[in-house]
Design a protein around this ligand. Sequence first.
Ligand code: UDP
Length: 422
Amino acid sequence: MWPRRVAVLSVHTSPLEQPGTGDAGGMNVYITHTATEMARRGISVEVFTRATSSDQPPAAELAPGVLVRHIPAGPFEPLARDELPAQLCAFTSGVLRTEAFHEPGYYDLIHSHYWLSGQVGWLARDRWGVPLVHTAHTLAKVKNAALADGDKPEPRTRVIGEEQVVAEADCLVANTSVEAGQLVGLYGADPNAVRTVSPGVDVERFTPGPRADARRRIGVPADAIVLAFVGRIQPLKAPDVLLRAAARLLERQPELAGRLVVLVVGGPSGNGLEQPRALRDLAVSLGIEKQTVFLPPQPGEELATVYRAADVVAVPSYNESFGLVALEAQACGTPVVAAEVGGLPVAVAHRESGLLVPSHADDDWAAALADVALRPGLREALAVNAVRHARRFSWSRTTDALLSTYAAAADSFSALRSEVAV
Ligand code: UDP
C-alpha cells in the first residue's frame, strides 16, 4: 500500500535552493520532482531541511501538497558539509518534535537523502516505527577511488556514517545497477534491500527548440561551435577537462579560433581550486579566455536555452552516480560527450545519443568533442536519438518506481515487526 504521508529528509540542502552551485544540485532536483509527483498522486510530502537563515519561515510550500520544513540546527547560515555532523543531534530533535505535535503515526514512511539525512532517519525510524528508505546520491568510497587532482578525499567519518546507514535502512534506492552493485560490494548491503530506480528528466521543460533562437537569447553567434559545461564548479565535475580539450582542439585546428565558444554554466561548490576564479585563470593560461564564457547558475527555461544553444554538452566528471545534466541536454536534442564513469553509461547511450570517453586525457576529449561538434551528419543523428533516449526517463516513471519501492519496504517492515512480536 502507498503511504499517506512521507517525511523526506534533506539535511544539507533545500529543494527551494537554485541548483548548480554550492551544495545544491541533482539531489535538490530529484527531491523537488519526486515530491511534486507524489503530491499529485494524493500523498502528502514534508521535506525537512536545516534552516540557514533566521528569515526562513518554519514551513514553506514548495508545490501543492509539498511542504518544506526549516529545522533550526546550529547557526542560521550555510555550513560546510563537514560541519554538519555536529548539528545532527539538534536537527533530529527538531524532526522528532515536529512529529510529536501531530497525532501518533502521522508520517508513515521516511525517505532520507545523502548519508547525513540517513543518520537522522535511522533514529526517527526507530522512534516512529515506520520504514526508512534511503538514497545515498553519492558514495564516499566510490568518490575516493576516483579523485580529481587537487580534490580532498572524503573523511572516514563519512565512510563510517554511510556504512551505518546502509546497515540500518530498510530499503536502499540506487540510481543505477552500477550503484546497486557498489552498495552491495563496497558497503555490504543486503542485495534484497537494494532497489534500482532511474532518476528522471522534466520532459515538459527540456524539449528541443530552434538553436538560432537559443543562441540569440544568450548572445552567441549563429555560426559558433558551442561546447557547453553545466553544473557545479568543483574538481569532481572536471570542467577543466573541457577547457584543456578545447585548447587542444584549437591547437589542431587554429582556423576555429573565431568560432569556438566554451560555455561554462554554474557556480562554485566547495573550497579552493574548484572556484570559478581558478577556471578563469586556467582559460587564460591555455590562451582560450576569449573563447570561454562563464554564466552563473541558470534556472529552468534559461537552462533549456543553454542546452539548445550548444552543439555538444560535455560531462567530464570523475564520478557521477547518474548525471541529470546529461539527460536534460539530450532531452533538448543536444548530444552529450561524457566520461565513461558511474551512471553516465546509463544516462548516455554510447554512439547512439552521444559518446562516452574512457579517459580524461585532453587528446581523447578533443577528438570526441570534434567528432560530434564538427561532423554535422553525426551530430544530427545523435541529436535525434538523444531525444528518444532521454524520453525513456521521466519523473513520473521515477515516482511510480519509488512508490512501489515504498510499498515493498512497508510490507517487509510490517512482516519483520510481526515476526519480532511473535
Ligand atoms: N542545474 C541548474 N542550473 C545550473 C546548473 C545546474 O538548475 O545552472 C541543475 C541541472 O538542471 C541538474 C542539476 O543541477 O538537474 C545537476 O544534477 P547532476 O545530476 O548533473 O549533478 P549533481 O549536482 O547532482 O552532482
